[in-house]
Design a protein around this ligand. Structure first.
Ligand code: MG
Length: 203
């Protein structure tokens, strides 16, 4: 399986990092070795001094597809989950300055936290999913899928032009504003609405 991540999908987040608002989805990938499952602790890597949390809604692909039209894209996923796209911001900044690929900043081990999933029917309107991240009990990021620049279905249409989507693939759909650093002993809890989706410790 593969992990596809959408960058800059919320206007306020693009602005906080001083990026232009994209006119088509920006995506990059993480390997399967990036997954951090089952509320396992996240160990801060020694190659970065600035690991940022990015809370993101996650689509789990349930059907093989290529060149999927947006109007049919809803048939390719049954569940939505929540995760963190951990980012070595200091390294990412250097890579962006040099025009180099982002993998060192984005694809490292345990950089893709993944919590549980909720069936679409239970979520109701997918255009209004509220989600949040608490750091040590205080909300540091809160998002609403209505503020995504590119919807789930538009993302699937765009990505599947380039990359065949397979069952079990994950798409991290971008983070809202409020990204920031994590530190040793932090507790990070992710929520969709009132439902706790993951609860991890930083070590
Ligand atoms: Mg992200």
């Amino acid at each position: 399986m593969k992990i596809i991540c959408i960058g800059r999908n919320y206007v306020k987040h693009a602005q906080e990092l001083q990026h232009d608002v994209p006119t088509e989805p920006v995506f990059f990938m993480k390997p399967d070795s990036a997954l951090l499952l089952d509320n396992k602790p996240f160990f801060l890597p020694d190659f970065s001094k600035e690991i940022h949390h990015e809370i993101e809604l996650v689509i789990k692909i349930s059907r093989l597809g290529k060149n999927i039209e947006a109007k049919f894209a809803h048939r390719y996923y049954d569940e939505i989950g929540l995760g963190i796209d951990f980012t070595a911001r200091d390294i990412q900044r250097q890579l962006i300055e040099k025009g180099l690929p982002w993998e060192k900043a984005k694809a490292f081990d345990a950089s893709a936290v993944l919590g549980r999933f909720i069936p679409k029917e239970e979520l109701g309107d997918l255009g209004q999913i509220l989600f949040s991240l608490k750091r040590n009990g205080a909300v540091v990021q809160s998002g609403d899928s209505q503020f995504m620049i590119f919807s789930f279905d538009t993302i699937i249409e765009h990505v599947s032009k380039f990359v065949t989507l397979k069952i079990g693939d994950l798409i991290y759909t971008g983070t809202p504003a409020g990204v920031g650093p994590v530190a040793i002993d932090d507790r990070l809890e992710g929520y969709i609405g009132e439902k706790k989706m993951f609860d991890i410790q930083v070590k």
